[in-house]
Design a protein around this ligand. Structure first.
Ligand code: FES
Length: 436
């Protein structure tokens, strides 16, 4: 299912042929990897980016493309669990990300528009009041709203003005011109900082893993500290101009924004591998509230979720000083990617900044969610199943809406025939059978 963004075709890049030496190898050609390549080029650092398929062909092509520092109700949560300094750093990093998009988008025709962003709660006004208080303590311009131009009964909403939305692939079409990229080049193995592909070796001084879910299992235990979440989007004509970007603070809630005359309605999601409402839930909402609307597109997105709702950006593990990671953007992939690219570029060019440590992947992960993640893995590992995930052996679940085999442990997905769709698995199912 292609998104409306994917009507924009990106320039094609060659496949690697032969061996290459460089300073920095970036593995993964989504928004995070491509922005990292862009900043390294700006800093005259030799680099090579490799992508196993086409650039921006997966999650970047399926985003709702909101650019905002307001990520659900995160500031109240960080203030409570990490304190003022941590909340300030998170805010500084994401504000810088928004400002950097504005600067770059001023040179690229990508339908960049300033919009107010709203996070609403349908059940609990107190949650939005606490978030407003947190934002005000941090010096942000924010306000409470009791009504929104949406057909949704809300208890309260927090508005942050001056955020933005854009067309991610038009943006990338401009950004990637002249970057050193090899497409259709899959890294099969890393030996130290040498990447082995089917068509050549890349030897680098430092390596950045920007593969959505980090694919090297040997380090960092990302299979314990990440899980994946699936969500769904409809593009509707003749629906409504909602003049802003909206998201429900609750996990299974809705997300809305316009693109031109279309309304993008997101939601229906769940942890990958679990039952969810998918497009059926969104279609029922559209029928009830926008009866004249016509569906002109539908797609799904897959997000890597960290255990404390903050990305993992920086050194891949304490033992890998030359290997870096950019992951766990928790559905805020546009700003998360920019924060990651800025932080990793600073690190690779020897610059210090005063906020990157808050994203350190080696930070304490002794969270209740770690137990939930571990429990989920053990249960699914022991469950008998027709199909078993080649990543770490969990039982795969059949996804009726998308006709795919999905892994509830870490979110790998496969077509009905067994072809790999989403990592962290690195290959197809061993027995390529047909669907049930
Ligand atoms: Fe890890 Fe399936 S994705 S076991």
């Amino acid at each position: 299912m292609e998104s409306i963004w994917q009507e924009t075709k990106l320039p094609a890049f060659p496949r690697l042929r032969g061996d290459v030496h460089t300073d920095v190898l970036i593995i993964g050609g989504g928004m995070a990897g491509l922005l990292t390549a862009h900043f390294l080029r700006e800093n005259n650092v030799p680099y090579v980016l490799v992508e196993k398929g086409r650039i921006a062909g997966e999650n970047t092509g399926h985003t709702t493309a909101k650019i905002t520092m307001q990520h659900g109700l995160i500031y109240h949560r960080i203030l409570r669990s990490g304190g003022m300094e941590q909340a300030r750093k998170y805010l500084r990093a994401n504000t810088l990300a928004c400002e950097t998009y504005e600067r770059l988008c001023s040179r690229i025709a990508c339908d960049y528009e300033k919009k107010d962003n709203y996070v609403y709660s349908t059940a609990d006004a107190k949650k939005t009041e606490q978030e407003l208080y947190a934002l005000q303590r941090l010096g942000c311009d924010a306000a409470l709203c009791r009504d929104l131009p949406l057909p949704i009964q809300i208890a309260g909403a927090v508005k942050v003005p001056g955020q933005a939305q854009f067309h991610p692939l038009k943006f990338l079409a401009g950004l990637v011109q002249g970057l050193c990229i090899y497409e259709n080049t899959c890294v099969r193995e890393m030996i130290g900082s040498t990447a082995i592909t089917d068509t050549g070796k890349i030897t680098a001084k430092q390596v950045v893993c920007a593969t959505h879910f980090p694919f090297l299992n040997k380090h960092g235990s990302y299979f314990l500290k990440l899980y994946q979440h699936r969500s769904y989007v409809l593009a509707l004509q003749n629906a409504a101009d909602v003049d802003g970007m909206y998201v429900d603070e609750s996990d299974g809630g809705l997300s809305l924004r316009n693109y031109g005359r279309l309304l993008l309605l997101g939601g229906g999601g769940s942890r990958t591998g679990r039952k969810n409402g998918n497009w059926a839930e969104l279609r029922a909402f559209a029928r009830a509230h926008y009866p004249r609307a016509r569906e002109v597109g539908f797609w799904a997105a897959q997000d890597c979720m960290s255990l404390d709702q903050m990305p993992y950006i920086g050194q891949y593990s304490a033992r890998t000083p030359r290997l870096f990671v950019e992951t766990g953007f928790n559905k805020w992939g546009m700003t998360g990617s920019m924060v990651a690219a800025l932080a990793v570029c600073d690190r690779l060019t020897g610059r210090t900044n005063d906020w990157a440590d808050v994203f350190d992947p080696s930070r304490s992960i002794l969270k209740p969610q770690l137990l939930v993640n571990g429990f989920e893995a053990v249960v699914n590992w022991l469950t008998p199943s027709e199909k078993v995930c080649p990543h770490l052996g969990c039982a795969l679940k059949w996804n009726r809406a998308e006709h795919s085999w999905d892994c509830p442990c870490h979110g790998s997905r496969f077509t009905a025939e067994g072809t790999l769709l989403d990592n962290p698995a690195t290959g197809d199912l061993p027995d390529k059978n047909s669907a049930p």
